[in-house]
Design a protein around this ligand. Structure first.
Ligand code: LLP
Length: 419
């Protein structure tokens, strides 16, 4: 469920016709529904209420301050993966005890900043990283807390670029190394190893991979218990899939019903890190048709947005539904590639797609673009990043302005030998 719906043949976001925003703000732009964001967060909180989880929004999915603030105000914490995300979280006055920090490559500066901020825990992805955290904590004379991100070595059926829970991937610590780390706990006096973390992949639509991973982790927890190792936290990561096309993903409630018995059995405090589930369908990307081109072999709908704005189709061949903002009764369809202006053949939003016949000047919505959309945008081809807009009820607000030429050259300088 989301709040992008057709009323009187016009796509609305909550109570605002999207075309009104397009005329006011110009295209392309990202548009978020405040209500959908809150609703999706609430769905997870309610479904998992029996274990009162700390829901840490995976900021990498959408780093917009207004989006994050919306979630913080509704009880979320954040899952961060860099010093930049830490700074953003602290800028928004996130309670440090609601911040968890994952990443296979944390630098000394990032580790030090997170220890100083007093985050809840680091999700540690290797033995050398643990040694480094211990060393930095010692230097700062401040103990810190970690969970070991274990790699349960399960296959998760999703795009190969976004699966993370098998030993073929760089993520997490294999179980036998993890066990050795617990045995050697005393060699890390500045680090309290107080939990386990798993994240096995993204856009997972069925519960099986989650269950397989959890069962392995449960077994591991039992082994640790038998040795007298007590833990406090289990972070079950993110990964919940959403509807882009014809997927039938489990609902938050179905996911909860499947895993709650296992989670309760651990007796541990539960942390979750959903990203896509919360923001994916809470956002769309709006673009305008520049030209229709027919080369005798194929038709192309050329739009003003490109792969630099939304790279998911190019990078993962991801499907995003594309709809005109104005729906015409009995509209004929044509088979087209919807492409951007960027100088790459990979610059497309859809290939060989049947969409309603559209003309130059019409607005299109690329649906389900709230997660890993703006967050992965770039300035490729010297294209300014587009604005982000948020709707609440019948109001809308630009929550990030369109970049301008000054933004494009910010930080650059011509050296004296070229003057
Ligand atoms: N926790 C960790 C440690 C993660 O690495 C991720 C995502 C999440 C949580 C959130 O996962 P989610 O709930 O959003 O599935 N750019 C790709 C997705 C990359 C996911 C990276 N990690 C895409 O556009 O599909």
């Amino acid at each position: 469920m989301h709040d992008f719906i057709f009323r009187d043949n016009e796509l609305h976001c909550e109570n605002v016709p999207v075309s009104r925003i397009a005329r006011k703000v110009g295209t392309p732009f990202y548009l978020y529904s405040h209500h959908t964001l809150v609703d999706h967060l609430t769905k997870i909180q309610k479904a998992f209420a029996p274990v009162k989880p700390l829901v840490c929004f995976a900021m990498k999915a959408n780093g917009n301050l207004a989006v994050i603030k919306t979630l913080l105000k509704n009880g979320a914490g954040v899952d961060i993966v860099s010093g930049g995300e830490l700074k953003k979280a602290l800028f928004l006055k996130t309670d440090p005890k609601k911040i968890v920090f994952a990443s296979v490559g944390k630098t000394e500066d990032e580790i030090a900043a997170a220890i100083k901020a007093g985050i809840l825990l680091f999700n540690v992805e290797s033995l050398p990283e643990l040694e480094e955290i211990n060393r930095v904590a010692q230097k700062l004379k401040k103990r810190t807390q970690v969970a070991l991100r274990v790699n349960p070595d399960v296959e998760a059926p999703t795009h190969q670029f976004i699966t993370t829970g098998s030993l073929k991937n760089k993520f997490g610590i294999d179980l036998s190394t993890a066990e050795k780390i617990f045995e050697a706990q005393k060699t890390f006096p500045y680090v309290r190893i107080n939990g386990l973390h798993i994240h096995i992949g993204s856009q997972l639509v069925s519960k099986e991979p989650f269950l397989n991973a959890l069962l392995k982790v449960l077994e591991f927890i039992e082994r640790l218990k038998a040795r007298g190792t007590r833990l406090e936290y289990l972070d079950i990561g993110g990964g919940l899939g959403i509807i882009y096309n014809d997927e039938q993903p489990q609902t938050a409630q179905e996911y909860a019903t499947a895993v709650l018995p296992l989670l309760t059995r651990t007796g541990l405090k539960i942390i979750m890190e959903p990203g896509r589930f919360i923001v994916g369908n809470a956002g769309i990307f709006v673009t305008q048709v520049l030209f229709i081109k027919d080369n005798g072999y194929k038709k192309f709908v050329i739009v003003d947005g490109g792969m630099n704005d939304l790279i998911r189709p190019s990078l993962y061949h991801a499907y995003h539904e594309i709809v005109p903002l104005a729906r015409k009764e009995d509209a004929k369809k044509f088979r087209v590639d919807v492409v951007g202006p960027v100088c790459e053949s990979g610059d497309f939003f859809a290939k060989d797609r049947d969409i309603p016949v559209v003309e130059k000047g019409e607005f299109l919505a690329v649906m389900s673009a709230g997660a890993y959309g703006y967050a992965m945008a770039s300035n490729y081809n010297a294209r300014p990043r587009v604005p982000e807009v948020m709707v609440q009820g019948d109001k809308f607000s630009v929550v990030k302005r369109r970049e301008n030429f000054q933004d494009l050259i910010r930080g650059e300088r011509i050296p004296s030998f070229l003057k």
